[in-house]
Design a protein around this ligand. Sequence first.
Ligand SMILES: NC(=O)c1ccc[n+]([C@@H]2O[C@H](COP(=O)([O-])OP(=O)(O)OC[C@H]3O[C@@H](n4cnc5c(N)ncnc54)[C@H](OP(=O)(O)O)[C@@H]3O)[C@@H](O)[C@H]2O)c1
Length: 224
Amino acid sequence: MSAQTALIIGASRGIGFELARQYRAEGWRVLASVRRPVDAAALEMLGCIVLQLDLNDAAQCVALGERLATEQLDIALLNAGVYGPLTGAPETPSSHEFDAVMHANVLGAMRVLPLLGPLVASAGGRLAVTSSSMGSISLRTNTNGWLYRASKAALNSLLVDASLSYAPAICVALHPGWVRTAMGGDGADLDVVESAAGIRATLAGLRATDNGHFFNYNGAPLSW
Ligand SMILES: NC(=O)c1ccc[n+]([C@@H]2O[C@H](COP(=O)([O-])OP(=O)(O)OC[C@H]3O[C@@H](n4cnc5c(N)ncnc54)[C@H](OP(=O)(O)O)[C@@H]3O)[C@@H](O)[C@H]2O)c1
């Protein structure tokens, strides 16, 4: 039997890199995207096939679709994301801050989910986005990072749209936990190894009835 294929978008560092490492360690064929060519070497050392993609570059997204056209993806994870300003409501972000976060986290997803959905559907696989509990409206208790929260809430909306579009792919939004990465900071709860292992186990355990739902890294359901 041939190896299963996972695509990780945003694999240069942090949670995405660790997911690529763990899938390779388990013998998967891994397609891993980076923005900067200099970040390719570490992933190639792991045996990943490295693709270049900046979600802010529409032409690169089109090229990614052409590159992947003959692939069947057992797992596709849109993991890339940016946080933007730390400020909460009611501090209005600048146009530049708004565009940077919304383009990467939302427009980027609207560019690549339509490319990935059919490739995951043809494998009967799992299509996931790395969202955040900060994007949940029902779980909200403060407004810190309100621009990031809005972007992840929008990403969750896109994921539900994907779940209605790409049967039999199982489409889910994932919260990776609060993880010690450049984004999560040194004081975060979780080691990246534990977060990635939980994400992989959660994806592996998904059933058809999980399509269109939101999960914590440890498999616990989250509310929108
Ligand atoms: N860490 C946490 O506690 C936490 C909690 C909840 C959710 N998340 C989410 O988990 C995901 C991964 O976070 P992380 O903690 O691993 O963050 P990270 O260490 O800051 O890594 C972010 C990744 O996204 C990539 N990226 C950013 N903008 C991109 C763009 N325009 N095009 C392509 N790639 C882009 C980065 O590439 P470069 O190296 O080129 O910048 C990097 O690979 C994010 O979506 C984040 O929102 C993280």
